[in-house]
Design a protein around this ligand. Structure first.
Ligand code: C2E
Ligand code: CA
Ligand code: CA
Length: 558
C-alpha cells in the first residue's frame, strides 16, 4: 500500500522570512538534505499550512495549504513555502505524513520527536546560512545587494561573455546631506532605502544595483535600457511618510558617472570607469550626469601619482621657494618693501608650479605640511640674511584656510620661529578671503594668535570671490591684497573697474588697514593705484618670482 499515509505529526515554524532572492540558500539546504532525511524516516509527504494574521492588504488574514514534499512524485522539496512571508504573529504548521506500511521500523516510528528535531535543526542551519548570506552579500540598511554581490553578479555575466551588452553607473545622491538636515537621520535612512529599492524595482531582471556605503550606489543595467534609466533617474521623486502623518515628496538629485562596457573589460574596469566619471560629475561646474571618457583615467592616474609624490616631496627636500618682491609706490618710483614666498616643486629636473599640486595637496590634507615647510624655508632664509648682515624685508607666506581650525597652529609657528630666532616683525601670513561666517569667526582668533606672536595677517585674493563692500568691515587683518582679476582693468580708460576699485581702496584705508594690489603688469595700473591711495604693489612690472639668490642680489645688496 505504497503512499498510504497512516500517521501525521506536525512542527510549527514561527517565522518564514520574506526576502526572495537571498533565500535560495534555504532551498538549497532543504533540497539537498531533506529527501535523505525523509526517506530515512519514512516520510512520504509534507504539507504546510500557513497562517498569516490580518494586515492592510489582507485584513482577514490567510490560511493556506501548500504541498512541500511529495516523496515519490517529485523526490524533492517545493520551495514555495519558504518564499512565504507570514508577517508578524503568523506561523507555519508543517505536517509530515508518515508511511507506516513499508518495512516498518517501530522504534524509529515511535520517535516522531526525532524527526521534528531533525527538521528544526535543518531549518536552523538554513536560517543561519541565510543570515550569513545576508551579511555577506546584502547591504544592511537597504536590503539591496552590496559590492560583493554586485561583483558576483557581474562575474556571472562576464563568464557568459555578455558584459558588453551592459552599462555601469556610479550614483551619488547630491542632496542627501540636505535631506538628513531637513528630515533627520532616521528619515534619511528611510529615504535611502526607498531610493535603493525604487531603482532595484526599475531595473528588475535587467541588471543589479548595489549600495557601496553612504549615499553611493553602483548599477549595472542592459545598455538598451540605459537611456531611459537616466531619464528615470532625472525625475526620481521619493515619497516619505513623516511621523506627523504628513506625506512629503523629495526630489532626489543624483550625480551619475556612467560607462558603456566594451569588449574585453572586466567587472572592475567597468565599475572603475563609471566611478572615475562620477568624480567628474562631482565637480561644481560639470553636469550631473557624465559619460566616461578615456582622458579622464589618464588624468586621474596622474593626480593619484602626484598625490603620492607630494608626501615624498617634503621628505626629499624637493619643495623650494621663489620670492617675489613687493614695492612701495607711495613716494617717487618704486621702493622694495617686502616679498612673498611662493612654493615650487623641483621634481626630476623640472620645476612644477603650485597650480599643478597645491589643489591636490589642499584636497588630501597634505597642504598643512606643505605650508609649514614653506614657512620654515622662509624663516631659514631670514636667519641667513641676518647672519650675512643684510637688511631684511618682511616676507609673507601663504597658508591654506584649513589652518584656521587647527588648535596647535600658533604653537607650531612659534616652535619654528624660535628655532630660527626670527624677528617676527619680518613675518606675514596670507590667507585667502572667504565669506563663510564660521570662517570669519575662526579668522578672528587666528589673527589674535598671530598678533600675540608679532606676526602680521593679510587677506589674499580679495575681490576674487563674492566680495561685497559690506564684508570688508568684518574682516580682521592688517593688510588686504586686491586680487589680480579686479585690478586687471584699472587705469585703461574703462570707468567701471576704476570706480569699483577706488571705492574698495578707500574703504579699506578708512578701516585702518593697508592695501596692496597684486598681479600688476602695466604702468597705467600703477598710476591709477597710486592716485587712488593704494600704497603697495606686487607684480611682473616690478619683479617676477625669483630664486632667493637672485632676490638677494637684486634687492638686498649689502
Ligand atoms: P597667490 O598667493 O595669489 O600668488 C600670486 C600668484 O600670481 C603667483 O603665482 C605669482 O607668480 C603670480 N603673479 C605675481 N605677479 C604676477 C603678474 O604680474 N602677472 C601674473 N599673470 N601673475 C603674477 P604662483 O607662484 O604660480 O602661485 C599660485 C598660487 O599658488 C598662489 O597664488 C597661492 O594661492 C598658491 N601658493 C603658492 N605657494 C603656496 C604655499 O606655500 N602655500 C599655499 N597654501 N599656497 C601657495
Ligand atoms: Ca598669496
Ligand atoms: Ca593672491
Amino acid at each position: 500500500m505504497e503512499g498510504f499515509i497512516s500517521d501525521e505529526f506536525s512542527v510549527i515554524l514561527n517565522q518564514i522570512p520574506e526576502n526572495d532572492y537571498e533565500l535560495e540558500h534555504i532551498f538549497q539546504v532543504f533540497k539537498q538534505y531533506f529527501p535523505m532525511m525523509a526517506r530515512r524516516n519514512k516520510i512520504v509527504s509534507v504539507r504546510a499550512i500557513i497562517f498569516s494574521p490580518g494586515n492592510r492588504v489582507n485584513p482577514k488574514g490567510i490560511k493556506q495549504e501548500v504541498n512541500l514534499y511529495e516523496g515519490r512524485k517529485t523526490g524533492g522539496v517545493s520551495d514555495e513555502i519558504f518564499r512565504y512571508d507570514t508577517g508578524i504573529g503568523g506561523y507555519v504548521e508543517i505536517i509530515f505524513g508518515i508511511d507506516k506500511c513499508e518495512g516498518q521500523d517501530a522504534a524509529l516510528m515511535g520517535e516522531l520527536g526525532a524527526v521534528s528535531k531533525a527538521f528544526y535543526l535543518l531549518y536552523e542551519r538554513a536560517m543561519a546560512m541565510n543570515s550569513l548570506y545576508r551579511l555577506t552579500f546584502t547591504d544592511g540598511l537597504t536590503g539591496i545587494a552590496n559590492d560583493t554581490q554586485l561583483f558576483r553578479y557581474m562575474n556571472t555575466i562576464y563568464s557568459a561573455g555578455r558584459l558588453p551588452e551592459y552599462c555601469t553607473d556610479f550614483i551619488n545622491i547630491k542632496n542627501m546631506k540636505l535631506a538628513n538636515e531637513m528630515f533627520g537621520q532616521e528619515m534619511g535612512d528611510i529615504l535611502l532605502n526607498k531610493f535603493a529599492n525604487t531603482i532595484k524595482n526599475y531595473i528588475g531582471d535587467d541588471g543589479c544595483i548595489a549600495r557601496f556605503g553612504g549615499d553611493n550606489f553602483g548599477v549595472i543595467i542592459l545598455e538598451k535600457r540605459h537611456r531611459k534609466f537616466l531619464n528615470f533617474m532625472k525625475k526620481l521623486d521619493i515619497c516619505l511618510d513623516m511621523p506627523d502623518g504628513q506625506r512629503v515628496t523629495y526630489k532626489v538629485e543624483a550625480r551619475i558617472g556612467y560607462y558603456k562596457i566594451k569588449e574585453g573589460d572586466g567587472p572592475h574596469d567597468a565599475l572603475g570607469n563609471s566611478s572615475i566619471a562620477a568624480r567628474y560629475a562631482k565637480r561644481d561646474d560639470n553636469p550631473d550626469f557624465v559619460r566616461y571618457e578615456e582622458h579622464m583615467k589618464t588624468q586621474m592616474l596622474k593626480m593619484k601619482q602626484l598625490e603620492q609624490d607630494i608626501g615624498e616631496a617634503i621628505n626629499n627636500n624637493e619643495l623650494i621657494i621663489f620670492v617675489q618682491p613687493k614695492a612701495d609706490i607711495s613716494g617717487d618710483g618704486y621702493r622694495i618693501c617686502g616679498a612673498e614666498a611662493l612654493v615650487r616643486w623641483k621634481k626630476d629636473g623640472r620645476i612644477i608650479p603650485p597650480v599643478e599640486f597645491i589643489p591636490i595637496a589642499e584636497k588630501n590634507g597634505l597642504i598643512t605640511q606643505v605650508d609649514f615647510y614653506v614657512f620654515e624655508l622662509v624663516c631659514r632664509m631670514l636667519k641667513k640674511w641676518k647672519d650675512e648682515g643684510r637688511t631684511p624685508v618682511r616676507v609673507s607666506s601663504n597658508f591654506s584656510r584649513r589652518h584656521l581650525r587647527d588648535d596647535s597652529f600658533a604653537d607650531n609657528i612659534k616652535e619654528i620661529v624660535d628655532r630660527y630666532e626670527v624677528d617676527t616683525s619680518y613675518l606675514e601670513i596670507e590667507i585667502t578671503e572667504s565669506y563663510d561666517m564660521d570662517d570669519m569667526e575662526a579668522l578672528e582668533s587666528f589673527e589674535k594668535n598671530l598678533h600675540k606672536l608679532g606676526i602680521q595677517l593679510s587677506i589674499d585674493d580679495f575681490g576674487s570671490g563674492f566680495s561685497s563692500l559690506k564684508m570688508i568691515k568684518n574682516m580682521v587683518s592688517d593688510t588686504i591684497k586686491l586680487d589680480k582679476s579686479i585690478i586687471d582693468g584699472v587705469g585703461d580708460g574703462n570707468e567701471g573697474d576704476d570706480i569699483m576699485v577706488s571705492h574698495i581702496i578707500q574703504m579699506i584705508k578708512r578701516l585702518g588697514k593697508d592695501v596692496i594690489a597684486e598681479g600688476v603688469e602695466y604702468k597705467h595700473q600703477v598710476d591709477f593705484l597710486k592716485a587712488n591711495g593704494c600704497g603697495m604693489i606686487q607684480g611682473y612690472l616690478f619683479g617676477k618670482p625669483m630664486t632667493p639668490d637672485e632676490f638677494e642680489k637684486e634687492y638686498l645688496e649689502g
